[in-house]
Design a protein around this ligand. Sequence first.
Ligand SMILES: Nc1ncnc2c1ncn2[C@@H]1O[C@H](COP(=O)(O)OP(=O)(O)OP(=O)(O)O)[C@@H](O)[C@H]1O
Ligand SMILES: [Mg+2]
Length: 495
Amino acid sequence: MTPVLQVRGVTKSFGGAAALKGVDLDLYPGEIHALMGMNGAGKSTLVQILSGAHPADGGTIEVGGERHSALTVRKARKLGIACVPQRRELAMGLTVAENVLLGDLPTRGGTVHWQAVKDGARAALSGLGIDIDVERVAGTLTVAEQTMVEVAREVRRGGRILILDEPTACLSAKDADRIRQLVRTLRDDGVAVVYISHYIDEVMAVADRLTVLRDGAVVTSAPAAEMDPASLVRSMVGRDVVSRRPERPAPKPESGLTVRGLSHGRAIEDFTVEVRKGEIVAVLGPAGDAQSRLFDLLSGRQRPDAGELRVDGRAVPFGRVPASLASGLRCVTGDRRTLGLVQGMSVDENLMLAGDRFAGRRLHRRSELARRAAPLRGSYGVVALTGNPPVGTLSGGNQQKVLLGKWLETEPVACFLEDPTNGVDVAAMADIHTLVDELASRGVAVLLASSSAEEVMRLADRVVVVSAGRTVAEHDITAITRDELVATALGGQPK
Ligand SMILES: Nc1ncnc2c1ncn2[C@@H]1O[C@H](COP(=O)(O)OP(=O)(O)OP(=O)(O)O)[C@@H](O)[C@H]1O
Ligand SMILES: [Mg+2]
């Protein structure tokens, strides 16, 4: 069989540092080709070159027998290359039908033919086995449904090479399953799928072929059947990675964080949890609804309809960010791009931002900033291609580490972490888990919102399972297995 896409010797540098060093890649129709690698390995850079968003510095891309040295977004699309980036890009105020046919709305007598729009969208969705009402407004869809709508739109536009950048990050087990099912359907229809994910088990289950990038170069490309999880991790990281629950001191009797009867619209209904000092309590549920709402409410960004919050035994008023911070509570958002980091500021500035605010420090000398940020960069393992670039240019996982460093170095009494390993690689995930262990060992009360049962089993002392805004179960972690936890999260009937 001939490849639909052949990449040869593609290079790309940013500010003199090489992000891609001569990458080769062959894509075949009807295969799921996983692109793996640590944070900063160059996966997204390669994707951006394939989709025409960035020009390559060197090398060629051959599509359907035609060779190109530079692609533009328009040219890539014409060649059937489509990309669904990690961040959803639907027009949230429009319906599903409008989104699917956007840019290609059928008209009749000069006006849009709405029945045809709906019919076209319905056909596009059902052709891929997707069951979503096309008259719904995109903003009301779950993240998984938004991803499916984007995929349907790209396939309808003629996408034959479909690139999915971390499509299952932060999804519940059930939603991730729906996405994987969709990807298999695409493959069976002859689409070449490039699949980026940091979840080893998932990739082993779904991919036909694996290509591993390390430091901008391909280190392995092999059929998935010839690889096992351990060898995959080794080729990505260059060593073995083990992440085990450590022995931690028993939680103290005092409460560090108490939430009682918290309700906010339909996102959270009567949520109660108590976290002792030195304890890690996980809230397991799909990312998005209840979890982000918890962030908004606990951080003081929003006022709930009802509820009570205590930190270190003292009542904390809702709806005021300074009051939440003054109580010693640190809330780390799962939405690092819009809420967590100041994209235009440098890595070091972002790292020191929160600490400096508490210390009342305002002015910086550049050299001093670098000196104070250096140990933080070290302990959080922040890696940049060049010196101290704007934080927005870091790879996703490295941005996540900056975000954690920014907040967790400010002597918290309690913290709320929303999906702290969102988008980080296996090695960084193990590092971040160790950082969270250490927080708890220092006596911090940790409330962890997570969408991953593995992460909950690894970190938490107790777990509260939420579904549709309500608590459906609560367990000591020693009293439940991973499979039981997944089953509870899936079954999810309110108790
Ligand atoms: N616009 C840019 N300016 C400067 N450096 C950049 C830019 N885009 C990417 N880089 C750097 O290029 C390298 C590769 O980044 P890339 O985003 O491709 O990694 P990745 O494999 O997708 O990582 P992740 O798993 O974290 O998403 C990183 O070191 C990153 O900091
Ligand atoms: Mg990336």
